[in-house]
Ligand binder design. Sequence first.
Ligand code: ADP
Ligand code: ZN
Ligand code: ZN
Length: 749
Amino acid sequence: MGKRYADVIVDISHEQVDRPFQYEIPQRMQETLDFGMCVEIPFGNGNKIRKGYVVGLSDKCNWDPAKMKAIHRIVVDSAAAQDRQIKLAAWIKKNYGATMIQAIKTVIPARKSVKKVEHKKLILKATREEALDALGQAQRKHQVAKARLLKELLNEGELPYEWVTGKLMVSAATVSGLEKAGIVRKEIITSYRNPVKRMESEEADKKLSDEQTEIVREVTRDYDTGNRGTYLIHGITGSGKTEVYIRLIEEIVARGKQAIVLIPEIALTYQTLLRFYRHFGDRVSVLNSSLSAGEKYDQCERAKHGEIDVIIGPRSALFTPFPHLGLIIIDEEHEASYKSESAPKYHARETAIYLAEITGASVVLGSATPSLEAFYRAKQGQYRLFSMTKRLTGGALPQIYTVDLREELKSGNRTIFSRKLQELLADRLAKGQQSMLFINRRGLAGFVSCRACGYVAKCPHCDVSLSEHRGGRLLCHYCGYEMPSLKNCPECGSKYISGFRAGTQQIEDKLKELYPQMRVLRMDADTTKTKDSYEEILTAFRNGEADVLVGTQMIVKGHDFPNVTLVGVLAEDLSLSVGDYRAGERTFQLITQAAGRAGRGSLPGEVVVQTYQPEHYAIVHAGQQDYLSFYEEEIMYRKMMQYPPAAHMLAVQLFGRNEMETLQTGKLLAERVKGMSCPEESLRSRLQVIGPSPAGIGKIEDIYRFVFYVKHKEYEQLVQVKDMLEEHLHEGNYSRVSVQFDFDPVNGL
Ligand code: ADP
Ligand code: ZN
Ligand code: ZN
């Protein structure tokens, strides 16, 4: 056999080595080495052994044969990337900007190899009396560890072996002594770890409504005739979208294909999982952030080997390596969490559409408040649009009241609850119905300011205002910096310095003050630190253990509480005053979702939206639950300002320790972009460059942050801008400033 060569991407994320390096394939590997495999190679002058991925194979040597190095070995057990995963990585690198290795690591998330899991458990074999007898003996002989083990086994009957040696600190010798005496026995269980617990009941299929039937029929008909499109389901909450997803998956699975279902992690509740589980049993699996690397790897292996048909998970579940992908569903398509916040900053929606293109799958997007992007494209005919307008749960849409907080103040109400909200809260308490209060801040209070001179307490490292927490501390939510509360203003000495009080904790305190008998649960980042606390709070509320649930964003997503008939949205302006072009869209979505929580059962619901800007179009249209009118007004603004989706926008983000140097680099790069010529373009559609200016948060942990924006009608033009800047960065000496790209940014910087 002649010599063969492999192109390898080295596992070092640096622009200087961001290209394939050619290596000779030793004879002994020629049979086994394959595209996408993880290998070890000698790299650099010192021939240090590094890992890398094979991204090309050939018979041609493109390098001085005398200097050609050979592949050291194949990393066994590594998940070999499929051809199409490398293709996907290359697409992500091109369209979002990142090194190839970053892109490869994004599409092969569970690269880490783990041993096949072998669980051992220890089971009590002797009778209770015999065990009690042995326990007594051990205690008399002061055999502490043995006694501890027997006591636990008497309580539990059996224990995972890792516990025995770990938590209970019992030696292997002690265990084998008990084994010989016939008191305990070991048992080995080998299995793939499936994080979904088995459910008994099988759900009977519901009879689909006309709207549901049409969608299922149309999408499958397209699929069968070879048309693989993208579909957008605009359906109010409770209109039966999830039911449609389930039916579509059944159709696809019946055709021997597999499906990926993306659901934002925050909406991935046990309830939703159960619905899928009742239909697909152990052919469905879940990926989420609480799984270990090993568990994630197992899920990918199961998918690859055809052991499952459906995977449910957040953004990264998109990269599940199914052999015959047939369908990708993205629920709550408008969610900001579908955009990655670290490089490569890919969007799951666009990436899914490309993945579907190269695998021959269809894509179904669903939302009650579609993103402007998706709706715009649907209107242009790129996606097929379906609307679902009826609530299948029977309940009517809730009544929404918008309260002008300026009027409240004028009439002397200084509390954080408007009179309307107070009236309705008291009413629900009397009727024994539940309420939810929502705010998008956490902590006891927001920023601390001086009413005499306007001074605002800020974090010295992060350029954000500090938040007042219980116990008299001021905290930075970005870096954790803390300092004692201020008694006097450091600027002018005034004692009128205090917090802007509107956090979840403060709402809870105020509620208890106003309604002493009210039972309140609070859900925010502080009360949900542990893995299970989130589900625990929701379950307690669902079981009627509280009258009111107070919370941040996390309570408005996808939960179904039939007894909730009142939802209060407090100080919605906090999200409107965040100065970016998506503020209106976000506000509309938040109010709509909050409203979706009220009146899910048979009882009618009411919603109170408190605001300082009742005339803002996002709030007006949200009050009427009129998505189409909101869309028309919003898209006009986007077109006028050339914001996405009317045009495309690239954010070039700069980070550095030296403020001036970082800004200067930004200016220099922006100038280069301005100097780019687009010969074939008319003057009118030239690249627009805005900035650089300090980012929304100008500094975090002493790293300065600047950003400039480039706008153009064509995405491809912006890709060229990125390529030009990347090349320029390689050549120049910019080691002290790091640059990141964000296409059509969703999360402000
Ligand atoms: P969405 O995902 O749009 O919020 P769901 O699919 O969760 O809507 O449906 C809302 C409720 O209506 C659920 O309780 C679901 O079980 C029920 N449902 C959905 N489709 C039907 C149907 N065809 N017949 C009866 N009930 C249905
Ligand atoms: Zn002051
Ligand atoms: Zn800080």
